[in-house]
Design a protein around this ligand. Structure first.
Ligand code: AMP
Ligand code: MG
Length: 488
């Protein structure tokens, strides 16, 4: 483990031509202080944990100083936002400091979100508020612990520098880590400018660095599309299976590495509601929970379109044609595992009927699945703790009868199944109200202990943590008033 000064930078993205970004330094913030950090993320950079409290580290994560070897840039991209093409977006408040090579040979790009204005800020102030930074920090690390591909969060640094949203708030910066932040929109910007060479060069860069095995194939660009489609299908299956709603699935928030990217007004399902809209600004429900797999498919067509000049319409569309099947397969495999079932003819109707019952009875998705881990498949068993979740008890009984029969038919042993199901049905997720408590304490009292408590708890989402039982409960009544929007 090493010190901040010994970080080795190798800035691959910054070596691309300047058409992909603008060189821009972070704008310093006054008197930065450490809000929270992720020890696991520090280890990705081989950094000793004690480094995090050093003034030099805090100054670096605040954007108040650059280290030798850093090459600060804001990336250019475009994107389809709520279905409408915006020809130029780009990192309006995120600044890539550089790419760290760790001892294991991995490259981690280090990006500050909320680092001040860039040439792509348009009317924005280039800042992020503490509230949204806490949500991004907690969710990135929680998603990783759930086994869901995501960008990571190293730390939050705050400053009393005022930031104006609906009300006055204070500034914060999240340090994000990812192998790459290249988005679908990074390709779209050149397609709509009719610039084919930059598309090719970016595709070559992505293949060489992140999909090297594709370089030797006959049609590397088609293979790249196919692989992005496959990873996106896998990601959507994971989101749907865990009950995660992203909220702003614009093409500029879609990672070409299949990572969950740009946490804004996201939300986890409490009561199962397929039409759940976590983003208060999404009045049409374009990004409602059950729309996500289809939106991802639509977004993939936008990416594929940018590859048409390199391929052909037929090849580009063929490359992503497998997505619906890949998503369907990945989703039902995950759901079968969550229900302790095998992939046979009974599974799909059992799962779908359960989801319908959950929706009709407003049953908490996570709690239901966790209690299902203890299901007693013996003939005539009542399964009272599960049954109590349903208003319509007889509908539950009828479903449980079928489920028990299916389990017995495959010779499922309750104790063994329970163990396996507990490893795929989290007990703890980042419910909105949990984040809200941490945010209120931080914003109102400068008390960051709840962020750390939540972060630590969510590192082990599948474990029983008896001292944190209350964090696994349904949301309290006041949680209904929480509104999360794009304003961050
Ligand atoms: P997001 O909704 O966070 O994914 O942001 C969409 C676009 O708006 C991106 O190009 C961001 O960089 C930009 N943006 C969001 N908030 C700000 C801000 N406060 N200042 C400048 N640009 C911003
Ligand atoms: Mg974004």
């Amino acid at each position: 483990m090493s010190k901040l000064e010994s970080l080795q930078f190798d800035n691959g993205f910054a070596r691309l031509p300047e058409s992909y970004y603008s060189r821009v330094c972070p704008t310093p913030v006054p008197a930065p202080y450490l809000v929270c950090h992720s020890p696991e993320a520090l280890r990705l950079l081989d950094l000793d944990e004690s480094e995090i409290t050093r003034p030099e580290m805090i100054a670096t994560l605040a954007g108040n100083q650059l280290l030798p070897g850093m090459d600060a840039i804001a990336a250019l991209y475009a994107g389809h936002q709520f279905g409408h093409f915006v020809p130029q977006l780009g990192d309006g408040r995120a600044i890539l400091l550089g790419e760290v090579k760790n001892a294991a040979g991995e490259g981690w790009e280090v990006q500050l979100k909320g680092a001040g204005r860039t040439p792509y800020s348009r009317g924005g102030d280039g800042r992020a508020v503490l509230r949204s930074s806490i949500r991004e920090f907690l969710c990135s690390e929680a998603m990783h612990a759930l086994g869901i591909p995501t960008t990571r969060a190293l730390a939050i640094v705050g400053s009393d520098h005022p930031v104006y949203r609906e009300d006055e708030e204070t500034a914060a910066l999240v340090t994000r880590l990812a192998p790459s932040f290249v988005r679908f929109g990074s390709f779209e910007v050149f397609y709509y400018r009719n610039q084919i060479e930059p598309i090719r060069e970016l595709a070559d860069y992505v293949i060489a660095r992140y999909y090297p095995e594709l370089a030797k194939r006959d049609e590397p660009y088609a293979e790249l599309l196919r692989e992005v489609g496959r990873r996106t299908a896998e990601l959507m299956a994971q989101w749907q299976a865990v009950g995660f709603s992203h909220g702003v699935m614009n093409t500029d928030n879609m990672s070409v590495l299949g990572l969950t990217l740009d946490y804004g007004p996201f939300g986890f399902l409490d009561a199962f509601d397929p039409g759940y809209i976590c983003n208060h600004s999404d009045s049409g429900g374009r990004y409602a929970f059950d729309q996500q797999p289809d939106v991802a498919a639509w977004n993939l067509t936008k990416l594929a379109q940018t590859f048409v000049p390199l391929l052909s319409v037929e090849t580009a569309s063929a490359a992503i044609a497998g997505y619906p099947q890949q998503f369907g397969q990945a989703y039902i495999e995950r759901m079968a595992a969550k229900f302790g079932l095998q992939l046979d003819g009974e599974t799909v109707p059992l799962v779908m009927d359960a989801l319908q019952l959950l929706a009709q009875n407003h049953v908490d998705y996570t709690i239901f699945l966790r209690r299902l881990c203890d299901f007693d498949s013996a003939e005539g068993a009542v399964n009272a703790t599960l049954r109590d979740l349903f208003l319509d008890r007889s509908a539950f009984d009828a479903w449980a009868f079928r489920y028990a029969g299916a389990l017995r038919a495959i010779g499922s042993v309750d104790t063994k199944r329970s163990m396996a199901m507990r490893a795929v049905n989290p007990k703890y997720i980042l419910r909105n109200h949990l984040a809200e408590v941490a945010i209120r304490r931080a914003a109102d009292h400068r008390d960051y202990s709840e962020i750390t408590r939540l972060h630590t708890l969510l590192l082990h989402p599948f474990d029983e943590q008896p001292e944190f039982e209350a964090y696994a409960a349904e949301p309290p009544d006041w949680a209904r008033q929480i509104e999360v929007s794009c304003s961050s």
